[in-house]
Design a protein around this ligand. Structure first.
Ligand SMILES: NC(=O)c1ccc[n+]([C@@H]2O[C@H](COP(=O)([O-])OP(=O)(O)OC[C@H]3O[C@@H](n4cnc5c(N)ncnc54)[C@H](O)[C@@H]3O)[C@@H](O)[C@H]2O)c1
Length: 268
């Protein structure tokens, strides 16, 4: 078979996609890129105003999108989202498991609710969203792509009171590899993106909360920047283009890979 052209490789016309937590930040940027490549995108979020903004932006660009309220932590919501996607677009080919939360919590004062909510959204929910999507993909028999949002914090603890977050993202990395092994025979490819520091509403809120607690934000920022060979924080689109690649035919022989998008942070 002749190799596909560049435009064919990245053409997602006719595909149905779900992006969880796509109301803002990385999820929004990914939803926009998938839609630009031609996919019909189901935008899920717990914040429906934000989800509506993403849908509006996609439609304004000529793309197709719908939104649905869904808590990424809940298995029942995952089933609901898959059904709504198939009802709306006729098929499901791509799941981007993006929704995740990150809040500072000193390990010695960690509340059980903080631990549970973080692990429920960031790890448990990721599994059940993948399970619901994979069931549909297996039923349809066309294979599919699952892209999980990990983090450089999944391999590197940052000493920023993020023990629960580090543990959840370490789990995402192993979840990605284990699912890739299980789902490979169905031609469902499972990969993860591991971003470094990216400017999003979530990371801005985190910086503000550090500042509110009187943390030496300037000092921390300098420490962070010194570790960034590219000399800048990432933009959401720096991650979205990599997620698009993993969701596209350009990555048809990749599964179980964890792609670091960290501006070189972990090199130093
Ligand atoms: N921003 C970074 O620097 C960075 C770095 C590494 C990894 N990540 C990961 O990327 C993902 C997105 O991060 P972000 O910075 O864009 O976050 P963000 O806080 O800016 O946006 C997150 C979106 O997810 C939604 N959301 C939150 N809880 C949800 C739930 N239970 N169900 C459905 N939607 C929910 C929010 O309403 C929001 O629209 C997360 O998994 C995060 O851990 C971010």
């Amino acid at each position: 078979m002749a190799p596909k052209s560049i435009s064919q490789l990245f053409d997602l016309t006719g595909k149905g996609a779900i992006v969880t937590g796509a109301g803002m930040g990385l999820g929004q940027a990914i939803a926009l890129r998938l839609a630009e490549a031609g996919a019909s995108v189901m935008v899920t979020d717990i914040n429906m105003e934000a989800a509506g903004t993403t849908v509006e932006q996609i439609r304004a660009g000529g793309g197709t999108a719908e939104s649905i309220e869904a808590d990424a932590a809940r298995a029942a919501d995952a089933e609901k989202v898959v059904q709504a996607t198939v009802d709306a677009f006729g098929r499901l080919d791509i799941l981007v498991n993006n929704a995740g939360i990150f809040s500072f919590a000193p390990p010695m004062q960690m509340q059980e609710e903080t631990w549970d909510r973080t692990l429920d959204i960031n790890l448990k929910g990721m599994f059940f969203n993948a399970q619901a999507a994979a069931r549909e993909m297996i039923k349809a028999g066309r294979g599919g792509k699952i892209v999980n949002m990990a983090s450089m914090d999944g391999v590197h603890p940052t000493r920023l009171e993020l023990v629960h977050y580090n543990a959840s993202k370490g789990g995402v990395i192993m979840l990605t590899k284990a699912l890739a092994l299980e789902l490979g025979p169905h031609n469902i490819l499972v990969n993860a993106v591991s971003p470094g520091p990216i400017m999003t509403p979530g990371s801005a809120a985190m910086a503000e909360s550090l500042q509110a607690r009187g943390a030496p934000l300037d000092e921390l920022t300098v420490r962070f920047w010194e570790r960034l060979p590219l000399g800048r924080m990432g933009e959401p689109d720096d991650v979205a283009t990599v997620a698009l690649f993993l969701a596209s035919a350009a990555a048809d022989y990749m599964t179980g890979s964890i792609v670091l998008v960290d501006g070189g942070y972990l090199l130093t």
